[in-house]
Ligand binder design. Structure first.
Ligand code: SAH
Length: 234
C-alpha cells in the first residue's frame, strides 16, 4: 500500500533538511571553500545556471528598474549578484538557516548597498507583485502535483516574467540514479523529483505564459533545465 504524501509533510521534511545536514552540505557547495570532487562539479554546474540567468537578465538592460522575487533563495547565490546589478530584490526561503546565511553573505558582499529584503517563508505563502519571479533549483524537492500549485502561486505574484529551473526527466535511468546520489544517507535524505519538461510547460501555458528562452546546464552530477516564461500576448 502506498501512503498518501501529505503536502505539509513534504515541506516539513525539506525544511528540516535545509535547516540541518542540508544546510551544511549546500552552504559549502554554494561557497568557495574546499569540497570533494562531486560537490565541486555540482558547484560549477549550479554556477553555470546562475551565470546563464544573469546573462539573460543583463542583456535586457533594465535590471535597475525592476523588482525581482527570488523564491527559495538558498544562500543568496542569485539574489546577491542581482542586487549588485541594481535590481530591487526580495529573497525568501523556507529554511531559516539558509536565509540567515544569505543575509550574512549579502551584507558582507554588498556593504549596505541595495541589500535584498530577506524573509523566511514557504514560497506558496508569498504575496505581493514582482516584475520578475525566479525559482531556481527548488522544484526538484517536490512531486508533480505539488509543483503545479507552486507554479500557479508563483504566477500570481508575477507581472512580467517567470523563470524556473528543474531537473529534467528523461528516459535515462542513470540520470535518475545520479540525482538520487545528491542526497546520500537514509536519515539525511530528501527525495529528488525529476520533472518532464512538457509537464512544466503545460502548467506554465495554462497559467497564461509563453516560453521565451530555454537553457540546459549539464555537468557530470548536476542537471538543470531553465525556462523563462513571459506573458502570452493576445
Ligand atoms: N535557489 C537557490 C537555492 C537552491 S537550493 C540557488 O539556486 O542558489 C533549494 C532551496 O530551496 C533551499 O534553500 C530550500 O530551503 C529551498 N526551499 C525548498 N522548498 C521551499 C519552499 N516550499 N519554499 C521556499 N523555499 C524552499
Amino acid at each position: 500500500m502506498t501512503l498518501t504524501n501529505d503536502k505539509t509533510d513534504d515541506k516539513t521534511v525539506v525544511r528540516d533538511y535545509f535547516n540541518a545536514t542540508g544546510f551544511d552540505r549546500w552552504r559549502r557547495i554554494y561557497g568557495d571553500g574546499d569540497v570533494n570532487k562531486v560537490q565541486l562539479d555540482i558547484r560549477k554546474g549550479h554556477q553555470k545556471t546562475v551565470d546563464t540567468l544573469l546573462d539573460w537578465l543583463k542583456a535586457d538592460g533594465n535590471l535597475k528598474d525592476i523588482t525581482c522575487c527570488d523564491a527559495g533563495c538558498g544562500v543568496g547565490s542569485l539574489s546577491i549578484p542581482l542586487a549588485q546589478e541594481g535590481a530591487k530584490v526580495y529573497s525568501s526561503d523556507i529554511s531559516a538557516k539558509m536565509v540567515e546565511e544569505a543575509q550574512k553573505r549579502a551584507e558582507e558582499t554588498l556593504k549596505g548597498e541595495n541589500v535584498p529584503t530577506f524573509e523566511v517563508k514557504d514560497l506558496e505563502e508569498l504575496s505581493g507583485r514582482y516584475h520578475t519571479v525566479i525559482c531556481l533549483d527548488v522544484l526538484i524537492h517536490y512531486p508533480k502535483e505539488q509543483v503545479e500549485g507552486m507554479i500557479q502561486h508563483l504566477s500570481s505574484l508575477t507581472e512580467s516574467r517567470l523563470i524556473l529551473s528543474f531537473a529534467p526527466k528523461t528516459p535515462c535511468y542513470t540520470l535518475l540514479k545520479k540525482v538520487g546520489e545528491f542526497f546520500p544517507g537514509p536519515s539525511k535524505t530528501t527525495r529528488a523529483y525529476l520533472h518532464r519538461e512538457a509537464d512544466i510547460v503545460a502548467i506554465l501555458e495554462s497559467s497564461g505564459w509563453t516560453i521565451e528562452r530555454r537553457a540546459m546546464t549539464k555537468t557530470q552530477f548536476y542537471f538543470s533545465r531553465m525556462l523563462e516564461a513571459v506573458k502570452t500576448s493576445d
